[in-house]
Structure formats: C-alpha cells, structure tokens
Ligand binder design. Structure first.
Ligand SMILES: NC(=O)c1ccc[n+]([C@@H]2O[C@H](COP(=O)([O-])OP(=O)(O)OC[C@H]3O[C@@H](n4cnc5c(N)ncnc54)[C@H](OP(=O)(O)O)[C@@H]3O)[C@@H](O)[C@H]2O)c1
Length: 338
C-alpha cells in the first residue's frame, strides 16, 4: 500500500480523495498496489484532518503528497519541506509552478523524488505528460489553447447574443466564475498556463510576467456579429510562437474550419503543431473537481511507480527565455486571426 497525503481539502483536494476512493480497483491495476490517503491537511479544524505539516513530512510512511491548496504560501514552504525529505509532490497549483517550478523541480531531482503538475494546465486533459513523453521527438512550432473554461463559457454565451456583463453574471450564478473574476477575464490564469506549456516545449523558462496579456472585457456583441459575418468566432487563446519566441494571451478570431472553433462552454482545447506529427488537438474539461483531481491522481500513480527515483519533468534545468513581442495585429484590426 502506498500512503499519500492531501494538502488543502477544497474543490480539487476533496476530488483527489474521491477519485482514490471510488477508482481504487482501476488504480490498483495501473499501479499494482493500493493508494491510501493517510492524512489530509487543511487550515480549518475538521475532525480527522491535521493542521501541522510536520506530522506529514515526519512520517516515513508518506511517499507522495498532493498539494491542492493553491497560492504561493504556504504551498511553496510545504512543497520544499516534502521534496527535501524525498517525498514526491503532485500539484494543481499553476501559480506555484510558474513562480517556483524550476527551483522545486531541481530540489526534487537532488532528493530522488518528483515534482509533477499535470493538473495545473488543462485540468483533466492529459496534456503535460503527453507532451513530455510522446512528443519528445517533435520540434513544436506553435501551441494555441483555450485554457480558461470561465472565459470560454462567457464567450460562448456572447456568441449567442448576450453582452459581457450578462454573460459574466450568468457564469457566476452557475458557479463557473468566481465572485472576483479578474484572474480569469483579464487573462492572467491563461497566461500562467501558456507560460508553463511554452516552457515545457521550448526548453526555456517563460514566466507569467513575460506573457503579453489582454482579457475579454472589451469584446462587444458587435464584435461577435462582425466575426460571424466572416465565418469566424472570437476565442480567448494563449498562443506560443516558437519562431520568434513569443507568448500572448488575447482574444483571437478563429475560422469555422479550425478545430478550436467548436470548443465551447466550459471546455478547453489545445492545438499543437509538431514538425513531424503535424497538428495535434486535445479537448476536455479544463477544470472542475473530479476532472482536475483525476489529473492529480495520474501524477500520484506515476510518482508511486517511481519511488526513490526522479521523474524528469523537463523543468529542472530551464534557463530564463528571451521573449520577443508577439507579431502585431494588422493595422485597423481589433483582433488577430489564428
Ligand atoms: N477548482 C478547479 O477546478 C481547479 C482546476 C485546476 C487547477 N486548480 C488549482 O488547484 C488549486 C486549488 O484549487 P481549489 O479550487 O481546490 O481551491 P479551494 O477550493 O479554495 O481549496 C483550497 C483548500 O486549501 C485550504 N487552504 C488554504 N490555505 C491553507 C493553509 N495555509 N493550510 C492548509 N490548507 C489551506 C483551503 O481552506 P480555506 O477554504 O479555509 O481557505 C481550501 O480548503 C489552485 O491552485 C487552483 O488554481 C483548480
């Protein structure tokens, strides 16, 4: 039996416990052993839940930790502590991966354990592992992704005729948008994710601060009407362009013949272009309790199969990228076209 701990019993953390409980048979087939949640840590006083990280990292039974607290602190300190003791950490925390992923990956390698973050980009879509393991032979020239389900839901409703404020309110009522939606609608969440993807495929560290970022708040129903008249839609995309080493988050016009055109509602879609394989398209739920938790558990299984070894997540050696301006819009146009 492999003992694990979950840090942060919120949406994703409770999902991790549920996936491990509900899919125990499938996990046993994949791992050849059972996973057991020995500890859950949270800031709240809940029966059976611990508040002190030292109880977890001092327990030699704990081999893998799921960090689903979010934010930089104390997630950074707790992750650091665990990795230094040879305990692998699997996370959904894109903010931490963007800010400290390189450092934490190097610590993991030094201590013969792993730092994996499949759930941090594209929620349940098995994206990072596929890029890492199945696309190593490819020279990837472009990544374009719908990486934020909240924005995509709002834009799908705007395409149907609603204005931004009405579409946002509806997304909030349905629980798809936070009360403070700035990180989503201003594009910052997408920026963190495209920075992680660009880093993974380029071999250089792109950070969130280097991403040119424009959100969806200035898009009007008239913009949609004009796009539709030209057989296009408007999507918030994160785009990495290898040719001139640039990354952007911005609303793009997408033609109705493009596979991303039909990625609607809260779904995410990511398209890669490799020089040998040509286009690859990934589609699925980019957020939500169980899809995101499923991705965390996929990392836990990989770590549990590799106890005492470091899984090369391709982040430990990344030097900062030289980032250029993304190719400009055509004069007089409000949006770029994908
Ligand atoms: N939700 C999604 O669909 C989704 C998808 C992909 C990635 N993610 C990422 O996954 C991470 C977690 O997201 P979430 O939606 O699950 O957040 P959440 O529901 O707010 O869960 C975070 C949990 O951690 C607890 N916590 C906060 N600070 C803590 C501390 N100092 N010590 C112990 N526990 C602490 C919180 O307790 P309190 O509630 O008392 O503060 C809460 O229970 C974030 O980085 C997020 O970006 C989420």
């Amino acid at each position: 039996m492999i003992n694990v701990a979950i840090l942060g019993l919120g949406t994703v953390g409770s999902g991790v416990a549920e996936v491990i409980e509900q899919n125990q048979n499938e996990i046993k087939k994949a791992l050849g052993d059972n996973l057991h949640v020995k500890y859950i840590l949270d800031i709240r006083d809940i029966p059976g839940v611990v508040n002190d990280i030292n109880i977890i990292v001092n327990d030699p039974d704990i081999k893998v930790i799921c960090e689903t607290m979010g934010g930089k602190e104390p997630a950074y300190t707790y992750t650091h502590l665990a990795l230094e003791r040879g305990i692998s950490v699997c996370t959904s925390n894109k903010e931490l991966v963007d800010a400290y992923g390189v450092e934490l990956s190097a610590i993991a390698r030094e201590h013969h354990c792993s730092y994996l973050f499949e759930a941090s980009v594209g929620g349940g879509i098995p994206l990072l592992r596929t890029i890492r393991e199945a696309c190593g032979q490819e020279k990837i020239s472009q990544i374009a992704g719908i990486l934020n389900g909240t924005c995509n839901y709002i834009l799908t409703n705007m395409k149907a005729g609603k204005d931004f404020a009405t579409a946002l309110k509806e997304a909030q009522e349905k629980g798809f948008a936070e009360r403070n939606p700035a990180a989503d609608v201003e594009g910052h969440d997408t920026a963190r994710k495209i920075a992680i993807l660009a880093s993974l495929v380029s071999g250089k560290k792109f950070s969130y601060e280097q991403v040119e970022c424009e959100g969806i708040t200035n898009i009007t129903p008239e913009d949609f009407a004009q796009a539709e008249a030209k057989g296009m839609s408007i999507k918030l995309l994160g785009v990495y362009n290898a040719e001139n080493s640039s990354v952007i988050v911005a609303p793009f016009l997408v033609k109705n013949s493009h596979p991303l055109y039909n990625v609607n509602d809260v779904f995410n879609g990511v398209m890669l272009h490799g020089n040998m394989v040509d286009n690859l398209m990934f589609y699925g739920r980019g957020a939500g309790k169980l899809p995101t938790a499923s991705a965390v558990v996929s990392d836990v299984i990989e770590c549990a199969k590799n106890i005492g070894k470091n899984i090369n997540n391709k982040f430990a050696d990344l030097a900062p990228a030289n980032v250029n301006k993304f190719p400009a819009k055509n004069p007089g146009e409000k949006f770029r076209t994908l």
